[in-house]
Design a protein around this ligand. Structure first.
Ligand SMILES: [Fe+2]
Length: 377
């Protein structure tokens, strides 16, 4: 079974969808930055039909559980019927988790409209929200159909001021979502279609969005790629790349997309068994799939193994071009800090829900092998 719930508005005047929104008491969930630079007010001015618009601008990265509790109080006080999640993945995830709890408390449905201001998480179309318990140093992904936003508005112009480094990190989150969904044990024809298009768009437009931040076409295409990748992994799931990235991020507070980008080459090499003697034998399913993507992005080869290696080389080239760290040392982590946490990271990655849909079986030793690829200080 495959189904879609969210209405998706895209293109130049995507934000005009707000004028037709049936909403009375609106809460905008966003962060301090988007409130101070006037974007939250701009969005509010596009909903003249609302009788009340209140802004909750206290969303912090990696939304912690105590902040969600505060956001819930805010919704209860304002008797909200529509929530607009404006921001990156943290704002959207926080809004999703809070709305779910609010609906349970008040016993009625609340409209949730997601307006991403970075192109990365795909959270606007997924049934997942990640919340963090800072005391435990753990991230908890919540899964529920009720977390799916009712509408997503993909406005490329909201992302033109995203700095190059954040563009690179979030863009690699998109590529990792699409690639992990594409090789997942739960991939199907529908998720493949979304993943393939997401990868074609991201490999084409991410370098342009990184080099020319003001390029509206590249920004719009990355918004689309992010959303398509979200639809792919919403159904197909992810893999051990996200399992390890969540574990690393919770301990060292690395940007999520950056952690994914650092790991992607090594995880896919492991998944495609390009690191074993099998390299000279029959290519496995992941290898075949990576080779197919290499063809889409114009790096074909005579053999499947070489095709897969071409894709991995392109991933490495692109991360270097966009100055993404290749090692834990380059990411600012010391050997001592890492070694003190390594086994905790291995354990957390094994238990992470994303790891369950990885195409090649993963045990603690496999995670240590993948991590060795980025262990230079
Ligand atoms: Fe991600």
């Amino acid at each position: 079974m495959f189904y879609l719930r969210s209405r998706i508005f895209f293109g130049e005047d995507a934000l005009s969808a707000l004028k037709d929104l049936e909403a009375s008491r609106v809460a905008i969930f966003t962060d301090d930055f988007l409130q101070k630079n006037g974007v939250a007010d701009r969005i509010a001015s596009m909903i003249p039909q609302a009788s009340q618009i209140r802004v909750f601008a206290e969303i912090r990265p990696d939304p912690p559980v105590d902040m969600i509790a505060k956001a819930l109080e805010f919704l209860l006080e304002t008797d909200t019927d529509t929530v607009i999640a404006l921001g990156g993945g943290s704002s959207i995830d926080a809004a999703k988790a809070t709305v779910l709890m609010y609906e349970q408390r008040v016993g009625r449905d609340v409209k949730l409209v997601a307006i991403p201001t970075t192109s990365g998480t795909g959270s606007e179309v997924t049934r997942v929200a990640v919340v963090t318990d800072p005391e435990e140093g753990k991230k908890y992904p919540l899964f529920s159909e009720a977390l799916l936003p009712n509408a997503a508005i993909l406005a490329g112009d909201l992302t033109v001021s995203v700095p190059p480094a954040v563009t690179a990190h979030t863009g690699f989150d998109v590529i990792t979502h699409a690639l992990e969904a594409y090789v997942s044990i739960n991939a199907n024809d529908f998720t493949d279609a979304f993943a393939e298009k997401a990868l074609e768009l991201a490999f084409t437009y991410l370098p342009i969005a990184y080099q020319e931040g003001e390029n509206l076409r590249a920004r719009e295409k990355m918004q689309t790629a992010s959303c398509l990748a979200g639809m792919a992994f919403n159904d197909a799931g992810l893999g051990v790349n996200h399992g390890i990235a969540h574990a690393l991020g919770a301990v060292f507070h690395l940007p999520h997309g950056m952690a994914n980008a650092m790991l992607l080459y090594h995880v896919m090499q492991y998944n495609a068994e390009l690191d074993t003697p099998r390299y000279s034998g029959e290519p496995n399913r992941v290898c075949n799939r990576l080779a197919r993507i290499a063809r889409f992005i114009h790096h074909p080869a005579f053999t499947k193994q070489q095709g897969a290696r071409n894709l991995l080389a392109e991933i490495k080239r692109l991360t270097a071009e966009m100055k993404i760290p290749q090692t834990l040392g380059e990411a600012g982590i010391s050997r001592a800090d890492y070694e003190a946490q390594r086994e905790h990271i291995v354990e957390s990655a094994l238990l992470d829900a994303c790891t369950a849909t990885n195409p090649r079986k993963v045990d603690a030793e496999a995670i240590r092998t993948i991590l060795r690829g980025i262990e230079r200080f």
